[in-house]
Design a protein. Structure first.
Length: 344
C-alpha cells in the first residue's frame, strides 16, 4: 500500500490510509491554494506516444478534455501518468493534476468534479471516504458496493484491477531460512513467544483494523506474556521497517503488497489465510458526466486495469524507488510494453 513513496522511501509511503482530521484540513488547504491559483500540481511531461490498442475515439470533439489527478507517492504518480497517457492515446486534451498531496485532496477534486479521472484503492474508498466501519469480503462484492454508493456523488467506478495493495507481514531472508515452515500468518502462533518479534509502523500499531486486532484474529494477544509481549514489538517509520526486517532485527515486518522493496530486499510475504486485511484493489473512477459524454472512456481504462497485477505494480514501483527512474518514463514504458500505446 516508498518511493512507492519517498524520495525518502518512508515519507511518501501511504498518505493513503491515514486520514486524520488534521491531515484532512491540511490537504484541503493545500488543494484550495493550488486550485485557487489555477496551478497544476505536477509536471505535465510524458513522452510522446502514438496509439496502440487504445485508439483515438471517433468523432471526438476538438476541445474534448480530461483532468487526470493522482496522489503524491510513487505508485500513485505512476498510475497518474498511466491515466494521462491513456487519455492522450484516446485523443483527449489532458490537464495533468497528478502529484496532489494526499487522498483527501484528490477525493475532493473528484467529488467537486474538478477532476475527471483518478486511480484509488477500494479499501480506502469504502472505509475512509464512505466511512464504513467494516470491510466487505470479496473483491467484486466490495467494488460493487463502492460503485453503487458513489453513483450518488456523480462518480463511476470502472472495473477493478487485480493489483491489491493491502497490508501484509514479511520475513527477511535469514528468518525465512530459519523458519521454513512459516508460510502464513497462522503459523506465527505456532512459534515460541520469543520468536514472535515484529517491526511495524506507528499507525498500523494503533489502527482499529491494524496490528492488535490482526494478532487477535490469529490467536495472539498483544501485551500478553503468552501472546506477543510489548517488548517484542518495535515501532519504526515505514522505510525503516523494510530494512529492519531484511536485516533480521525483527522476525516479521509490516509491508504493503505492491512495494518494490519486497523484491529488492528479498522479503518473503506471508499469506493472510484468515482474510483479516481489507482489499485495496487499484481501480480507476471517473466523473459520471464525462463518462456519459464519452462512454468510450470505460473501455480505454478497463483494458489498462486488466493488465495490472501485484507483480506488475511491484516491478514498476521498484523502478522508481530502487532504480531512481521517473514515474512518467516508467508508466510510458509499461504502456508501450503492454501494447496500449506505441512510441512516438
Amino acid at each position: 500500500m516508498a518511493s512507492l513513496f519517498s524520495r525518502s522511501a518512508s515519507s511518501k509511503r501511504r498518505p493513503r490510509r491515514r486520514l486524520r482530521a488534521a491531515a484532512a484540513l491540511a490537504t484541503a488547504s493545500i488543494m484550495a491554494t493550488m486550485t485557487g491559483c489555477g496551478l497544476q500540481t505536477a509536471s505535465s511531461y510524458v513522452p510522446d506516444a502514438e496509439p496502440g490498442s487504445i485508439k483515438p475515439i471517433k468523432n471526438l470533439p476538438d476541445d474534448a478534455t480530461l483532468t487526470v489527478t493522482s496522489q503524491n507517492f510513487t505508485e500513485q504518480l505512476i498510475l497518474g501518468k498511466i491515466g494521462v497517457l491513456a487519455a492522450k492515446a484516446a485523443g483527449f486534451h489532458v490537464k495533468d493534476q497528478t502529484n496532489v498531496p494526499g487522498s483527501v485532496a484528490t477525493r475532493r477534486l473528484m467529488t467537486s468534479h474538478k477532476g475527471d479521472v483518478t486511480y484509488e484503492y477500494t479499501g480506502v474508498a469504502w472505509l475512509t471516504f464512505m466511512g464504513h466501519e467494516k470491510k466487505i469480503d470479496g473483491e467484486q462484492q466490495q467494488w460493487k458496493a463502492i460503485h453503487d454508493e458513489d453513483l450518488g456523488n456523480g462518480l463511476t467506478w470502472l472495473k477493478p484491477s487485480k493489483a491489491n495493495n493491502t497490508y501484509a507481514l514479511t520475513m527477511g531472508p535469514g528468518v525465512a531460512k530459519k523458519h521454513k515452515n512459516v508460510k502464513k500468518l497462522s503459523d506465527i502462533a505456532k512459534l515460541p513467544v520469543s520468536e514472535r518479534t515484529f517491526c511495524v509502523e506507528s499507525e498500523f500499531n494503533s489502527r482499529a483494523d491494524g496490528f492488535k486486532p490482526m494478532l487477535a484474529k490469529y490467536g495472539m494477544k498483544l501485551g500478553d506474556a503468552n501472546g506477543v509481549p510489548e517488548k517484542n514489538v518495535t515501532i519504526l517509520d515505514t522505510g525503516a521497517v523494510y530494512n529492519a526486517t531484511a536485516e533480521g532485527k525483527c522476525n516479521f515486518g509490516e509491508v504493503f503488497t505492491t512495494d518494490g522493496r519486497i523484491e529488492s530486499l528479498d522479503l518473503t510475504l506471508l499469506a493472510d489465510d484468515k482474510k483479516f486485511f481489507p482489499e485495496y484493489n487499484i481501480t480507476p473512477y471517473v466523473n459520471s458526466a464525462k463518462l456519459k459524454q464519452y462512454p468510450q472512456m470505460a473501455s480505454v481504462y478497463n483494458q489498462v486495469s486488466a493488465k495490472m497485477t501485484n507483480a506488475e505494480m511491484m516491478r514498476l514501483n521498484r523502478q522508481v524507488d530502487v532504480e531512481g527512474r521517473e514515474p512518467a518514463d516508467v508508466a510510458y514504458d509499461w504502456m508501450v510494453q503492454k501494447g496500449f500505446i506505441t512510441k512516438g
